[in-house]
Write a protein that binds this ligand. Structure first.
Ligand code: ZN
Length: 918
């Protein structure tokens, strides 16, 4: 059998994906079982501008593990890929390109600009789809979607029209978040709020008909030019007599009233506040309540307007601020300026300070939709969040406090709003221009220039990608999807909106479960970000350690945040090498062998009773098919079935970490460290006996099952090895894929069979393993040369244990290099012996006379003792230092304490050994 000595992940990653993809294995149509259950995931569509980052790699790994597992279990699986047109980000990307050519989008005009964006998408967009292939993501590329595809755009228009006709979408003049840099309105969720150090200015306004002044405090003095009232709390004694008075607004020739409103916070500033309805969201609401005029003094470029007065018109808002303050000072109306920290809102993308502006925009009324989503949660508990705490509460709380959604954006790249205006300013909302003309009775129409918020189309993703509004086969089969895998920061932006839209247009939830992944932080515990340049590029990790090792690392992140630790990937790379080497051993000893699942179907009753002699028959193998399967065969079959059951359970419960750990320990400890060792004698025999070939077939069949179990996590190495196994073929495939060419990705996932769990065999093997491990420990502790044979003396009061040791005697002898194993009910050993306690109250001794030089060994052990002692002294000094104890992290202090305890234990062990060597 030809198999390279070293595992080369790149080699394995090169061929299989393309074959899987072109053979159509990722498409649900590969499943020929008409009654197959269905499993669907729609991918959170990455931005067309995006390239793979750790967050994607994490989500994709988890989605792929679930999809591959369900596919192997016989589900008709669809993992649907696609991309988002990412309105602002993409437009900025192309703007930047144009800037290099000395142009801007207005030079091109809308049509040419949009053409240019499509060209950009064709040339440079979608990097991520190439990277997803590298990841091994088993998505169905034949169903790939883009939010700007014609059929998805049609779904967008359909939803817009229906919501408009239901009165849930309206156009209105409202105060909005405006980005003066990007020249567009933003939703509340696209605005970053953060505290910032600033100033609070106390401005005095003269009260008409008196010599009193009323002082208002503001962080934005320039907006006073747009004030239309001063407000006080009706319960505030200080100002009661001023309510209804008029003040002369300085720097203008306008008079404004003093009004009373419960909303005014008596604790803020002086208790009297200036009201600028056109430039502050709260003032805007108060303005509506009191029917105050709205004076716009700042324009969309954050410059002062004509209405700010001739002296200010055209000034930048910050320049205007300086000038207003200066003039107040000259007039003696500036009472004071204090340092003040307040919350400032910036554009999420360009970080420009948001200007609240009154503007005509399209809005979506959310109360009705919100109620649909809340009802789904309270009545059907859908979607089920994993983990439920805290996400279910976060989600419902947010829904309960939902405000209308600003859905229009002043961009060119996106879904243009399907609304047309007649010459008389009439609005016609329609699915197409033709429909609009028919409705309006004229062709003299102008379409609304704005596009929809990118998240509008994302909200429809679970059903627009399946063909809605047409009732397609896909829509009937794959909606709702089984689970959504996403990050917690888009629960509001995306998850909740999908639920509301799904409930409204499909009459049910878009997915059963929502799995919220943890976040991968950098090694310092910081969030990875482009601006901080602290991100780890998954592709570089693939190159260094292989995709499979990276996937295994990511799969076990689960729902908690973790710091990126390359050592972990390295250890899984070693695991991949271990798998390769174990498989290589099996393959090099596979002549006459074949994968045969029947060999793994043994009842515990098929075993023969063990001989009860008190002396092991050294040299005779324990595996003798003539007398039934050996104990280690029964044991590995039991372990295999237990592993399969617990991995399936873990995956069903989204416990990916658990699944990885179970597989890792099964493969490394049970299969490699023990089973292969225990069968080595049988499988390496020169003579092609039935017994040898059966042993070979059995070990290779266990390997084959283990590869299947690992496949969803490590698709490449498992396929690479599986293809080389003798005896795998169409018969290995799950019955649903009977027509496919042999591939591990369509083999049946081992379900595990409880009737093959053999607790007796496990108990017996555990006892044998314990004994072998202890003797090996002694060998290494006592520096016994590998070539030296040792005598092993065992005292076991329990008859059953004695019988186990006896029957495993040959194996034990071979694996610990024993010249003799003596088993009795009571341990009798010379004084100069190394000893250990075994399970079940048994004891073990290895006489050392003649094996080692006692003097030399005592000296070596004393030196080790001294070294430990000096380490302990240093650590204790550290604990004496109150500075350390108070300031070091608690886990570090605990670490030191544990180490001291370990040293004490080890020192007393050494002391015991030294005494035994007298
Ligand atoms: Zn911006």
């Amino acid at each position: 059998m030809d198999i390279p000595k070293q595992y080369d992940p790149k080699q394995a990653e090169l061929h299989h994906y393309e074959r899987w993809e072109t053979a159509g294995y990722f498409a649900p149509e590969i499943n020929k079982d008409p009654n197959a259950p269905v499993f669907t995931i729609v991918i959170p569509p990455p931005n067309v501008t995006g390239s793979l980052h750790m967050g994607h790699a994490l989500q994709h790994t988890i989605m792929d593990v679930m999809t591959r597992h369900k596919r192997m279990t016989g589900y008709r699986t669809l993992w649907l890929p696609g991309m988002d047109h990412a309105g602002i980000s993409t437009q900025l990307m192309v703007n930047r390109e144009l800037k290099k050519e000395g142009k801007n989008r207005h030079d091109l005009g809308r049509e040419k600009f949009v053409e240019r964006v499509w060209k950009w998408k064709a040339d440079s967009g979608g990097q991520i789809t190439v990277q997803m292939r590298r990841e091994g993501a088993s998505v169905d590329w034949s169903r790939e979607r883009f939010t700007m595809d014609e059929d998805l755009s049609r779904a967008v228009r359909e939803v817009f029209v229906r919501l408009y006709e239901d009165g849930m979408i309206y156009r209105g003049n409202r105060i909005v978040n405006w980005c003066p840099q990007d020249q567009t309105v933003l939703s509340d969720l696209e605005v970053d709020k953060a505290p910032q150090a600033g100033k609070l200015f106390y401005l005095q306004y003269p009260v008409k008909g008196s010599d009193r002044r009323i002082t208002v405090a503001t962080t934005r003095p320039e907006t006073m030019l747009g004030d239309t009232a001063v407000a006080v709390n009706p319960n505030d004694e200080r100002f009661r007599d001023l309510v209804g008075a008029t003040v002369q607004l300085p720097l203008t020739n306008r008079d404004i009233p003093v009004i009373a409103d419960e909303y005014v916070d008596m604790e803020f500033g002086t208790g009297a506040v200036k009201i600028t309805p056109a430039h502050d969201p709260n003032d805007y609401e108060m303005g509506l309540r009191h029917k105050l005029p709205e004076v716009v003094v700042i324009d969309q470029f954050a410059k002062m307007t004509k209405d700010a007065g001739d002296r200010f018109a055209g000034l930048d808002r910050y320049k205007a601020r300086e000038k207003v303050v200066e003039e107040f000072e000259q007039l003696g109306l500036l009472e004071k300026v204090i340092d003040y920290e307040f919350s400032i809102s910036r554009c999420e993308r360009c970080k420009t300070v948001i200007e609240p502006l009154i503007s005509t925009q399209w809005f979506m009324r959310m109360d009705g939709l919100r109620d649909l989503a809340l009802e789904l949660m309270s009545e059907k508990h859908k979607p089920a969040f994993v983990p439920e705490v805290p996400y279910e509460r976060i989600y419902t709380n947010w829904l309960e406090n939902l405000r209308d959604w600003t859905i229009s954006r002043q961009l060119w790249w996106g879904h243009q709003i399907p609304a047309w205006y007649t010459k008389n300013g009439e609005v016609v909302v329609a699915r197409s221009e033709a429909e609009a003309r028919a409705k309006a009775g004229t062709s003299d129409l102008i379409q609304d220039q704005d596009v929809l918020d990118t998240w509008f189309s994302s909200a429809l993703w679970p059903f627009s990608t399946l063909g809605w509004p047409n009732v397609t086969e896909d829509l009937k089969t794959f909606y709702p999807s089984s689970v959504l895998v996403t990050a917690r920061d888009i629960i509001f932006l995306w998850v909740s909106r999908m639920v509301m839209m799904g409930a409204k247009f499909m009459g049910r939830e878009p997915f059963d479960d929502v799995f919220i992944t943890g976040t991968i932080l950098d090694s310092q515990g910081q969030r990875m970000s482009k601006t901080k340049m602290n991100g780890v590029d998954p592709v570089e990790v693939f190159d260094k350690y292989g995709v499979d090792a990276t996937r295994l690392t990511l799969a076990q992140v689960g729902t908690t945040d973790i710091r990126w630790n390359e050592k972990q990937v390295e250890s899984y790379r070693n695991f991949a090498n271990k798998i390769w080497n174990a498989a290589r051993f099996c393959l090099l000893n596979s002549e006459g062998a074949s994968v045969d699942a029947a060999l793994l179907v043994l009842g515990p009753q098929a075993s023969s009773p063990f001989p009860m002699s008190s002396q092991a028959q050294v040299g005779n193998t324990a595996c003798d098919d003539a007398s039934g399967p050996s104990i280690h065969d029964r044991w590995i079959i039991s372990r295999l079935n237990k592993t399969a059951i617990s991995v399936n359970q873990a995956l069903a419960a989204y416990q990916f970490h658990e699944a990885v750990q179970t597989l890792y320990h099964f493969f490394w400890d049970d299969f490699c460290d023990w089973y292969i060792e225990l069968t080595k004698n049988d499988v390496t025999g020169e003579e092609a006996t039935q017994q040898r070939n059966n042993a070979r077939s059995r070990v290779i069949t266990v390997l084959e099952q283990a590869l299947r179990l690992l496949h969803p996590f490590m698709p490449y190495i498992t396929e690479e090895l599986w293809q080389r196994l003798p005896g795998v073929g169409k018969q290995s495939l799950h019955p649903a894929y009977a027509d496919a060419e042999p591939t591990i990705m369509l083999a049946a996932y081992p379900a595990g069979d409880t009737s093959l769990i053999d607790e007796e065999a496990e108990w017996e093997m555990q006892a044998t393993i314990d004994l072998i491990s202890r003797v090996r420990n002694i060998r290494s502790e006592m520096n016994i040369k590998p070539g030296e044979r040792v005598r092993v003396l065992v005292g076991a009061p329990d008859e059953r244990l004695r019988s186990v040791y006896n029957s495993a005697g040959a194996q034990i002898s071979r694996l610990v290099r024993a010249s003799e194993i003596s088993i009795s009910d009571r341990l009798e050993a010379p004084r100069a012996s190394a000893r250990a306690v075994l399970v079940g109250g048994a004891e073990l001794a290895v006489p050392l006379e003649g094996l080692i030089d006692f003097d030399q060994e005592r000296q070596r052990l004393r030196r080790e003792q001294e070294k430990l002692q000096s380490e302990a002294t240093k650590l204790e000094a550290q604990l004496q230092n109150s500075n350390f104890v108070e300031r070091a992290p608690a886990e570090r202090v605990a670490e030191v304490r544990n180490r001291i305890a370990d040293i004490a234990q080890r020192t007393s062990q050494l002391q015991q050994t030294i005494e035994n060597l007298q």
